[in-house]
Ligand binder design. Structure first.
Ligand SMILES: Nc1nc2c(ncn2[C@@H]2O[C@H](COP(=O)(O)OP(=O)(O)OP(=O)(O)O)[C@@H](O)[C@H]2O)c(=O)[nH]1
Length: 427
């Protein structure tokens, strides 16, 4: 199956940036927006003026990012700001996760849907504990592509040796993790070296610029096109319509979470186990000949089956696991309560919501040393651990490593309605 270029996501790359405080994330994002001409004249003028007022020699591009960030953060509790820019080749969505506070929670939020993560390393400081933590979280969240951008190369005289030493140290650490695709790029976000154009200051570097890499990294095959998974979001039944043509209409709307669906395919409904055939697939602009993740479509089926929100449509010979005891790695994201055995929570998995109870906390994982603390009795804010949950009704799941959509979930505190954890299922 070759993915058609008409996919709504085919030309979109989602990426997350991670780095310690002052590694240069804001400057880098500003530079990408500026050099790809994605900022508006008035914003640029404001930034130029503020830089001049502050007596800064250069136009401080970080002001651009920080300004946007401040705007976004007003009145909202999520700390991840999303930014958009485009080049003729691709559209980009950046999840900008501030490095200073709540790093783990923010990074989990930002990276969970990312195709690629950029870890910024200050060339003068080399690999820090934070860099290792970011790399570990990237692999835990199965971000398929990782770029280590060694920034501030201008402050180390564009030294090849400095770059190579950082590359070697990181590669050694990375060998303990499962990183699919790892790229190192020496940059200066401030001066723009190797950000959009290859730099004359690094003649020893024969790779591509960061933007070129972002534009060309191959993401189409990262998606699961094998296991058909269609969690039903809405049942469309305009039975009250006076239009006789619509009287018998029944459609199942949702977002494809895996595989490829085509009219004529035999499909199975879960939990009933009944099989039927797809008669038509409707996209936003009418009938389509196939659908794959992450397209939002409406399926029409040959037989009348009792299907509701939260149900799953798959292929008869390739089904997700139906489980009520769920083993998962979770990242706890709440500062007012902790996760403890017997905690009662609401679990949201694809379009299904169920009540859940923590049966077991097996261990808490130290993200810096990868040490497992089996004596842990709770998970606090930003802590990661392996747990078993018991849910009140079966969920149709896949291993997170096989499908991030059907393998991921969130936990919600019923009293406050806030998201308290993100989880990755192991089956
Ligand atoms: N010399 C030099 N300075 C840089 C470079 N990139 C960033 N800086 C400087 O490093 C400082 C921190 O940069 P920021 O972009 O604000 O850092 P940040 O990582 O976004 O920091 P937070 O937003 O606080 O997380 C600023 O003074 C930048 O001008 C670079 O490539 N070379």
């Amino acid at each position: 199956m070759s993915a058609a270029p008409t996919s709504p996501r085919m030309d979109i790359l989602r990426f997350a940036t991670a780095g310690s405080v002052d590694d240069g994330k804001s400057t880098l994002i500003g530079r990408l927006l500026y050099d790809s001409k994605s900022i508006f004249e008035d914003q640029l003028e404001a930034v130029e003026k503020t830089s001049a007022d502050r007596g800064e020699e250069y136009t401080n591009l970080a002001l651009l990012t920080d300004g946007l960030r401040a705007e976004r953060e007003q009145g909202i509790t999520i700390d991840v700001a999303y930014r958009y820019f485009a080049t003729p080749r691709r559209k980009f969505i950046i999840a900008d996760t501030p490095g200073h506070t709540q790093y783990t929670r923010n990074m989990v939020t930002g990276a969970s849907t990312a195709d690629l993560a950029i870890i910024l390393v200050d060339a003068r400081k080399g690999i820090l504990e934070q860099s290792r933590r970011h790399a570990f979280l990237t692999t835990l969240l199965r971000v398929p592509h990782l770029v280590v951008a060694v920034n501030k190369m201008d402050l180390v005289d564009y030294s090849k040796d400095v770059f190579e030493a950082i590359k070697d140290e990181f590669t050694e650490f990375a060998s303990k993790l499962q990183i699919g695709d790892l790229t190192f790029i020496p940059i200066s976000a401030l001066n723009g070296d190797n950000v959009v154009e290859r730099s004359v200051n690094t003649p020893w570097y024969d790779g591509s610029s960061l933007l070129h890499h972002l534009e060309h990294v191959h993401i189409a095959s990262d998606r699961n096109l094998v296991d058909v998974r269609f969690p039903v979001q809405y049942v469309i039944r305009p039975y009250k319509s006076t239009d006789p043509a619509l009287h018998d209409y029944r459609g199942y709307a949702g977002q494809v979470a895996g595989g490829v669906l085509k009219p004529g395919d035999e499909v199975m409904h879960l939990p009933s186990g009944l099989t039927t055939t797809i008669t038509q697939i409707e996209g936003p602009n009418g009938a389509v000949s196939e659908a794959y993740a992450p397209m939002s479509v409406t399926l029409r089926l040959a037989d009348e089956i009792d299907i509701s929100r939260g149900d799953m449509i798959c292929r008869p010979n390739n089904q997700p696991k139906a489980v009520q005891d769920i083993d998962a790695m979770v990242c706890w994201m709440n500062d007012t309560r902790t996760l403890t055995p017997r905690s009662k929570l609401v679990l949201k998995h694809t379009t299904r919501t169920a009540r859940a109870m923590v049966k077991d906390l097996h261990y808490q994982l130290d993200v810096n040393t990868l040490h497992r603390n089996e004596d842990a009795t709770e998970l606090k804010l930003n802590e990661i651990g392996r747990i078993t949950l018991r849910v009140t009704q079966p969920l149709f799941v896949d291993d997170y490593g096989r499908n991030r959509l059907t393998g991921g979930f969130i936990l919600i505190d019923e009293a406050t309605n806030s998201t308290v954890a993100a989880g990755m299922i192991t089956v």
